[in-house]
Design a protein around this ligand. Structure first.
Ligand SMILES: Nc1ncnc2c1ncn2[C@@H]1O[C@H](COP(=O)(O)OP(=O)(O)OP(=O)(O)O)[C@@H](O)[C@H]1O
Ligand SMILES: [Mg+2]
Length: 219
């Protein structure tokens, strides 16, 4: 899926002080299937941007088109359906549910659907090397394994766009490389668009395009 961003602005209201302008007139275009690295110093607005592109937050002004559909014209229910159907998100911290097993966590995005995708979830778990942990709880897994489980959860719906916000920021180099490799492979296999926030230059150099942000702007 293509993503097109036009004149995107995001302000945060801060108590007793002027609004903080976090995104300043951002324009960009990502072509279907591209792998993009989003880089820039801390506080540049990277997470803010991909949360909006991932339809988890609304901009103050501006447009986000996904395959030419003006997403934020839709209500929250529409955004939720769009997200569920098309978008996989991997956070810096895994956000697995501690009281659910690994398999149940992977199935959470599709919970309540008629034919629960057990087999598909197990296939994905096998791909990320965690099938043997499927009935265990997240706190029984290492940091890298937890992040691999979070990656599996993001992939359960075969998303056409994968966003990953420093998915390896909390991992050692070797484990981080494994996760990045999995992300790359998954997006290549399915032809999905990948937008990855990373501080890893080595990784960024392997993507189709590097987008650099500073102070809320693309540079
Ligand atoms: N909910 C919020 N309310 C107020 N200000 C916020 C909020 N979320 C983010 N900000 C501010 O927006 C700016 C950009 O934050 P953001 O998290 O997008 O940066 P980042 O580029 O992802 O940084 P990092 O590399 O540290 O993750 C920061 O100055 C931050 O303080
Ligand atoms: Mg961030």
């Amino acid at each position: 899926m293509n993503i097109r961003v036009e004149n995107l602005n995001k302000n945060y209201k801060k108590k007793d002080s002027p609004d903080v302008k976090v995104l300043k007139n951002v324009n960009l275009e990502i072509i279907s299937g591209q792998k993009i690295a989003l880089t820039g110093p801390s506080g540049a607005g990277k997470s803010t941007l991909i949360h909006i592109l991932g339809l988890m937050d609304r901009p103050t002004s501006g447009k986000v088109y996904i395959d030419d559909v003006d997403c934020f014209e839709g209500d929250d229910k529409y955004l939720c359906i769009m997200r569920k159907k098309n978008i996989g998100f991997v956070f810096q911290f895994h956000y697995l549910m501690p009281d659910f097993t690994v398999l149940e966590n992977i199935l959470l995005p599709v919970w309540g659907e008629k034919n629960i995708k057990f087999k598909q979830a197990q296939n994905i778990l096998e791909k990320v090397g965690l099938l043997h942990w499927q009935d265990h709880f997240p706190n029984e897994l290492s940091g890298g394994e937890q992040q691999r489980a979070a990656l599996a959860r993001a992939l359960i719906n075969n998303p056409q766009i994968i966003f990953a916000d420093e998915p390896t920021g909390n991992l050692d180099r070797v484990t981080g490389c494994e996760i990045e490799k999995l992300l790359f492979e998954s997006s290549s296999q399915t032809g999905s668009t990948l937008v990855l926030v990373t501080h890893n230059d080595d990784l960024a150099s392997k993507t189709d395009k590097v987008i650099k942000m500073t102070d809320g702007k693309i540079v």
